[in-house]
Design a protein around this ligand. Structure first.
Ligand SMILES: C[S@@+](CC[C@H](N)C(=O)[O-])C[C@H]1O[C@@H](n2cnc3c(N)ncnc32)[C@H](O)[C@@H]1O
Length: 198
């Protein structure tokens, strides 16, 4: 399947997006796409953008792969791997216009927190790969993760926190599920500007 990128076969080579997508449209990255609701809806809505979904779970990756195949989406590429390694090894500097992270695993135990996607070395990579003026969104239902992540993101980016309200439509399956359960959702939006240096 030509829309699948498999670093286990290709090695961790830097991706040439113009070659990969056959155009020079801006590239949007989603970390942990789950069943692909946001990725697929966005790719349909914005054919003028290219989308890369990184999903570590083989099960979810297969769900997305089948959905993308069924819809014949030409502006989506999928990677079944750990997002940090992909960011670090396969994505060029200043090449991504938007990064989305919806409900990344919170790794609540202290000894596991080094695996969180919002950690200094991953934020360093996000800042490196984003274009100037590029943006990102991190959303969680996990208050403790949010409390740790928001100030960390602010060290690397200009950022704003917000609580999505009832009039904001849910963007992903987890968001829909957690909203239906009445859970609080926390969001950080961030931008790469020249004046916040890490
Ligand atoms: C809680 S689910 C959220 C899924 C989806 N974003 C949503 O909001 O419905 C977290 C997802 O991130 C994936 N994931 C966790 N750590 C990851 C990593 N390091 N790289 C890529 N995907 C990861 C998991 O496999 C899972 O599908």
């Amino acid at each position: 399947m030509e829309f699948v990128i498999n670093p286990r076969e290709t090695g961790f080579i830097r991706l040439d997006f113009a070659e990969l997508f056959g155009n020079r449209n801006p590239v949007v990255l989603e970390v942990g796409s789950g069943k692909g609701r946001f990725l697929i809806a966005s790719a349909i809505e914005r054919p003028d953008l290219n989308f890369i979904g990184i999903e570590k779970s083989l099960h979810y990756y297969r769900v997305i792969r089948d959905r993308v195949t069924k819809r014949g989406l030409r502006n989506v590429r999928l990677i079944n791997h750990d997002a940090f390694l992909i960011l670090q090894k396969m994505i060029n500097d200043n090449s991504i216009s938007e990064i989305y992270m919806y409900f990344p695993d919170p790794w609540p135990k202290r000894r596991e927190q080094k695996r969180r996607i919002i950690r200094p070395e991953a934020l360093t990579e996000m800042r490196r790969v984003l274009v100037d003026g590029g943006s990102g969104i991190y959303v969680t239902d996990h208050r403790e993760y949010f409390d740790a992540a928001a100030p960390l993101i602010a060290q690397f980016f200009r950022s704003e926190t917000r609580i999505p309200g009832p009039s904001d439509p849910p963007r992903t399956n987890y968001e829909a599920k957690y909203r239906a359960e009445g859970r609080e959702i926390y969001e950080v939006r961030f931008w790469k500007t020249r004046n916040v240096e890490c």
